[in-house]
Design a protein around this ligand. Structure first.
Ligand code: UDP
Length: 194
């Protein structure tokens, strides 16, 4: 089920399998989960930074993002099924959220990028429920700020704060939330904003 590459345990499933076999049941059962879409940059960071390694190893799902990860898995003779780019996974999750009525919180990126990304998401998925949004330039140790986001009870929380801050924020604050699928998404709001 998982393939270990340099201390990171990757979930071995296609994007479609991940969405249908893991994500949808988690949403239906109000489970709280943390997704890391790990590219070679994240794997290297795990090697160098023990604190980051512990956080990534606590994530519920580590998804292979990047051709380098797939190539490494083949060399190890435990081939991962496919590359799942974080941006594509986020878009598919937004689509699910729109169709199934789950709410999303958009946390991170510059203020204008964050606003544009939310507008674009609403344009693409008109039924999308936005639980809230905030730019990514704040103190990640701010407990009160995280509590306010938790009060919105979002079903999905997309966190674009860059490495390692996004994973640190999720790890530090997730227990304040009653449920929710947390995902660090790096520069994906910038891509969505265009
Ligand atoms: N970002 C943020 N707050 C920060 C640092 C970065 O919101 O304190 C945002 C940045 O604007 C971008 C995203 O995080 O939208 C990813 O940043 P970057 O590409 O620098 O990080 P990476 O994940 O590539 O290390």
């Amino acid at each position: 089920e998982t393939v270990k590459i340099m201390d990171v345990n990757f979930l071995n499933c296609s994007k479609k399998e991940f969405l249908h076999d893991y994500l949808v049941p988690d949403l239906k059962n109000n489970r709280q989960k943390m997704i890391v879409t790990a590219n070679p940059e994240i794997v290297m960071r795990v090697r160098e930074d023990n604190n980051y390694k512990q956080i990534v190893n606590k994530a519920d799902y580590v998804i292979p993002d990047g051709a380098g990860i797939i190539i490494a898995s083949r060399i190890l003779k435990q081939p991962l099924k496919e590359r799942v780019p974080g941006y594509e996974l986020m878009i598919d999750m937004l689509e699910f959220a729109g169709e199934l009525g789950y709410s999303c919180y958009f946390l991170g990126a510059k203020k204008d990028v964050n606003e544009k990304a939310v507008l674009e998401a609403k344009k693409r998925f008109p039924n999308l429920k936005v639980a809230g949004q905030h730019h990514g330039f704040f103190d990640i140790e701010d407990e009160e700020f995280a509590r306010k986001i938790a009060e919105a009870e979002p079903d999905m929380i997309f966190v674009a704060l860059g490495l390692p801050r996004q994973e640190q924020w999720i790890n530090r604050h997730r227990e304040k939330f009653s449920n929710g699928i947390f995902m660090g998404i790096g520069g994906s709001f910038d891509v969505l904003a265009g």
